[in-house]
Design a protein around this ligand. Structure first.
Ligand SMILES: Nc1ncnc2c1ncn2[C@@H]1O[C@H](COP(=O)(O)OP(=O)(O)O)[C@@H](O)[C@H]1O
Ligand SMILES: [Mg+2]
Length: 338
């Protein structure tokens, strides 16, 4: 279990992490989600005592990181895959780490095997591809067989096979009862990986809930209808008590209805339908809406630190702020079986 209590980090006038309090529990994958610059890496560095909090505390199984002897046996982390000594072989990189935490040398070959690097164990790590570097970083995290594992944006730059591998590895580690804390700026990635979500924006906590709750609260389900007799269809729906939204392009959207019910209603009134489809607004869109306020604030130059990263990758974060489902969500919707 990791516990954060009022964790705050300021760099000059810039508040990178702003009174974060949450718990990361064992036996599941907790996704740590937020746009670029939200404060995820800073938070993770403070969890590992690589950076000092301005205020607040982090406890690992009730203790501060500094109070753990041989910390690799409690908590393993992949923060920056390039942090390895490039002139050393994969094997020797891991051996140095093992020795510093009194981990038997036999464990080095074990973790190299686990991450699929046995064949290149004696090769210098500076020649490694991005994916091999990530695997080596993960091997170092696993070295002490810790109960808690942290991964900062582990799938960044990986090919689909590498992404699949990391995802399955995290799932099997969580299934063994370990605590898995993994960051990403991609909702789509988290939706496939995490059981629980911590969402931050501008260093502040925006959501702390199960993935199931997040999906239920943030992905709006509705039925889309298109008819050459749109006016009459709308009247029939109104008369039956449905709330109808005109979504443009001659389509109507109805919340809280099934395609069966609406199809039967249209048939009973002899109305022709050109479309009758169940829709779900994407989580990606819900996440963008949730974090957009924070990003916008950042992008408008209130960041006096000046050294900040670009607020967002392109215009993708959208301009809306606030919670809740997007009315008439267009591009961010997916169609479920009709
Ligand atoms: N060493 C530092 N000095 C000054 N500002 C920093 C430093 N590290 C991070 N920041 C700033 O803190 C904010 C959060 O950064 P970071 O934790 O890297 O975000 P994330 O990992 O979510 O992308 C950013 O605005 C970043 O520019
Ligand atoms: Mg980061």
């Amino acid at each position: 279990m990791i516990e954060l209590d009022g964790l705050t980090k300021r760099y000059g006038t810039k508040t990178a992490v702003d009174h974060l309090s949450f718990r990361v529990r064992p036996g599941m994958i907790t996704g740590f989600l937020g746009p670029n610059g939200a404060g995820k890496s800073t938070t993770m560095r403070m969890m590992l005592d690589l950076d000092n909090p301005t205020s607040g505390t982090v406890r690992i199984d009730g203790r501060h990181y500094r109070e753990l002897d041989e910390p690799l046996k409690y908590i393993g982390a992949l923060l920056d895959a390039k942090a390895m000594h490039g002139g050393r072989s994969a094997y020797n990189n891991l051996l140095c780490l093992a020795q510093s935490n009194r981990i038997p040398e036999s464990r080095v070959a074990e973790v190299l095997d686990l991450v699929g690097l046995t064949a290149v164990a004696r090769k210098k790590s500076k020649g490694f591809s991005l994916g091999m570097g990530q695997r080596l970083g993960i091997a170092s995290a696993l070295l002490g067989d810790p109960e808690i594992l942290m991964f900062d944006e582990p799938v960044n730059g990986l090919d689909p096979e590498g992404i699949h591998w990391i995802r399955n590895l995290m799932k099997s580690l969580a299934a063994e009862g370990r605590t898995i804390f993994v960051s990403s700026h991609l909702m789509s990635e988290m939706a496939l990986t995490a059981d629980h979500l911590i969402v931050i924006g501008q260093g502040k906590l925006l959501a702390d809930m199960s993935m199931a709750d997040f999906i239920q609260r943030n992905s709006r389900s509705f039925v889309r209808l298109r008819s050459p007799q749109q006016e009459r269809l709308r009247d029939v729906l109104h008369a039956d008590g449905f709330v109808v939204v005109e979504a443009g392009n001659g389509t109507l959207e109805v919340d809280g209805a099934t395609t069966e019910r609406l199809g039967e209603l249209a048939a009973a009134h002899q109305l022709t339908l050109h479309e009758l489809s169940a829709q779900r607004a994407s989580l990606e869109e819900a996440f963008m809406q949730m974090t957009a306020g924070a990003v916008e604030y950042h992008a408008h130059g209130t960041d006096t630190h000046g050294g900040g990263e670009p607020a967002a990758p392109g215009p993708a974060w959208g301009a809306n702020s606030g919670w809740g489902p997007a009315p008439g969500a267009g591009s961010g919707t997916t169609t479920e079986g009709v």
